[in-house]
Design a protein around this ligand. Sequence first.
Ligand code: ARG
Length: 246
Amino acid sequence: MKKLLVCLLAITMSVGLLACGGSNSEDLIVGTNAEFPPFEYIGDNGEPDGFDIALIKAIGEKIGRNVVIENLEFSSLVASIGTKIDVAIAGMTVTEERKLTVDFSDPYYEAVQYVIIPDGSSISAMADLEGLTIGVQLGTTGDFIVEDIAGATASQYQKAVDAVNDLVNGRVDCVIIDRNPALVFADKFAGQVVALPGSQFGFDAEFYAIAMPKGDTELANKINQALKDLKTDGTFDKLVSQYIEE
Ligand code: ARG
């Protein structure tokens, strides 16, 4: 009898374990696009790393969800929320258009578009951008800005670094991309390119937030609370200084 009980207990426990380990109900599938340093990039170990990745993992810990990162094309992220992925963190700017299909968490970082120009170029103001071929990452706010520049053509890339490579090769006249990646690329291609602040061109401030399924207030509340907690307990600032050269 005792043996039977022990046996039953063992079976119950292993079924329980299987249910936990095997089921992925507690996984939070997070879409990103690891082509956007310092927020997300492929680390030395071949896995996505960066500020956003560390932030969402810290959030996952706070809300008791195991974070699984899916590296996707940036332009496919919004449409994948609720199907392929649960949420997206990708230095994603809150825009009115995106808000039609997804909800956003509280903003966690302020950004602005920068203009990367060849070293020695005379581009310095909005009027200089008119009629140019401008490298952008497909589907980003930089891409959308080019639509409003008179006579300018967007040269769209899946990977931001390819736009910068083509700037160095002379295939595009400049690149429009968010401030921190612009600074990272200017550093990487030092002597060949220079990054100019968007304020010079009249670009507005943008705010990054986590994109979530529309109407999932329970998840939104949890994520927002976790964000607040990470700010008060100092984790957020620690990650900023660990990953971002301000
Ligand atoms: N902030 C810009 C946007 O939301 C660019 C984001 C690009 N992010 C990325 N992980 N590739 O459109």
